[in-house]
Design a protein around this ligand. Structure first.
Ligand SMILES: [Fe+2]
Length: 434
């Protein structure tokens, strides 16, 4: 028997796999770091962070915990926020020189991703593009296991502590891409939500919308059964497409983000909201590490890569930069209006979980209802209004669509086939969100 595309039905995937980091979650968890590292056999650890976090009390907590466990600590505190190929290589040079037997990252997604890349290039040296996703790089498989890595997130956004992906800007191409491979996944995610208590509101907003989009995109990704079966189970991709496991994490992350995101942004003293947003980030990280994200993230790589002069308050201001979560969410309303026709009920369910009143919403309106609700959350948290809000105009649509089309892995994970013309239209719809 064959399907409408002329492919045999047994050519399609029939199973999904569940992979995630081990997780320790809760207030005070960071004080366990030393014991957890020792349990993994670590004696000489490379501790990664960025220059700002290096001066904060929880970094000291992490370092002291490692030292109390009699572990030698080698600090690398030069991680760049929104890392580049050059900053990944600088971190890898440090790791090669110091030859640690384990890694700890304390920071946001930039720190955790940099630590993943440093461990990879120090353990299996290769030209930078060797491991970078095709078609930008060679997409070479990681040759063997990596030393233990304990990831301690200090923002509630990227979910990088649970994923097997490291993202960076390729400077010469002015685009973002990543390295993906199961062996990149941290051995342990140690999540202490008290680390987010002192984050500026704009950072909580940007990282919170990253969480929300991880959950929305995982929940609306194409189903894993729509992907061709790999020749061997080991070749099953990380972005498998939505499945019963990723749906669990996505829906609960949406419910929590809908309930707590605005509170967590607008009131730094609301410990319950920031803690619950941390848990939402963990769940969404597990979901998208398993299902994969799609168009808002594919488009975000172009939005971040082509930035001209935008700077976000609360972020290091040496150079223009669109924070990752903002570069994603500005595309989200436009995308979900368009993808809804592929799985309308899911778009409506997502809006319901986020807290929208969907009782009288007809199914054909699901995309608009979801888009409007996401836009209302953006307004309530003072996030820039679409592409125009981060410095783009209609004159940039072709360049943005060209860059987003390079993100083939993410585009292929969308619930509808997408052409470069579609991407241009989606960017057009993202110029403003309200
Ligand atoms: Fe993201």
């Amino acid at each position: 028997m064959s399907c409408a595309h002329g492919l045999a039905l047994d050519a399609f995937e029939t199973a999904f796999s569940v992979d995630t980091s081990a997780i320790v979650f809760g207030r005070g968890a960071l004080t366990e770091l030393g014991e957890q590292a020792r349990a993994l056999g670590v004696k000489r650890v490379a501790l990664f962070t960025d220059p700002i976090l290096a001066g904060l009390p929880f970094f000291e907590t992490a370092r002291n915990s490692l030292r109390s466990a009699a572990i030698e600590v080698l600090v690398y505190d030069r991680v760049k926020v929104e890392p580049t190929d050059a900053s990944f290589l600088d971190a890898a040079d440090f790791a090669k020189r110091e030859a640690p037997d384990g890694y700890v990252s304390v920071g946001g997604g930039s720190v955790i991703d940099t630590c993943k890349a440093a461990a990879l290039y120090a353990t299996y040296p290769a030209p930078f593009l060797a491991y970078v996703n095709a078609p930008i790089g060679e997409g070479r498989a990681i040759p063997g296991p990596l030393p233990p890595h304990i990831a301690c997130p200090t923002t509630s956004g990227t979910g990088s502590e649970c994923t097997a992906i490291a993202v960076c800007d390729i400077l010469a191409l002015a685009t973002k891409t990543g390295i993906a491979g199961k062996r990149l996944r941290p051995s342990l995610a140690l999540i202490d939500p008290t680390c987010t208590a002192t984050l500026p509101a704009s950072v909580v907003a940007a990282s919170g919308f990253d969480v929300l989009c991880h959950a929305l995109e995982s929940f609306t990704a194409r189903p894993f059964t729509a992907r061709l079966k790999p020749d061997r189970p080991a070749s099953r991709p990380l972005s498998q497409g939505r499945n019963a496991w990723s749906d669990l994490g996505s829906l609960e992350a949406l419910r929590l983000a809908g309930k707590y995101l605005v509170r967590a942004v607008n009131d730094a003293s609301d410990a319950e909201a920031r803690e619950q947003l941390s848990w939402a980030a963990t769940l969404a990280g597990i979901a998208f590490g398993n299902a994969g994200v799609h168009l808002p993230h594919a488009m975000a790589y172009a939005v971040a890569g082509l930035v001209r002069d935008f700077k976000m308050p609360g972020y290091p201001d040496e150079e223009p930069m669109v924070p990752h979560g903002v570069s994603v969410v500005v595309n989200a309303p436009s995308v979900f209006r368009w993808t809804s026709s592929a799985c309308a009920q899911r778009h409506l369910d997502a809006a319901t979980h986020l807290g929208a009143d969907t009782r009288d919403a007809p199914l054909e309106d699901a995309g608009r209802v979801l888009a409007d609700h996401v836009a209302s959350l953006m307004r309530a948290t003072h996030v820039p209004n679409g592409l125009t809000g981060v410095g783009y105009s209609a004159a940039d649509l072709d360049a943005l669509a060209d860059r987003a089309a390079l993100q083939k892995r993410l585009c292929d994970n969308a619930p509808r086939p997408v052409s470069k013309g579609d991407l241009r239209a989606l960017f057009d719809g993202a110029l403003t969100c309200w």
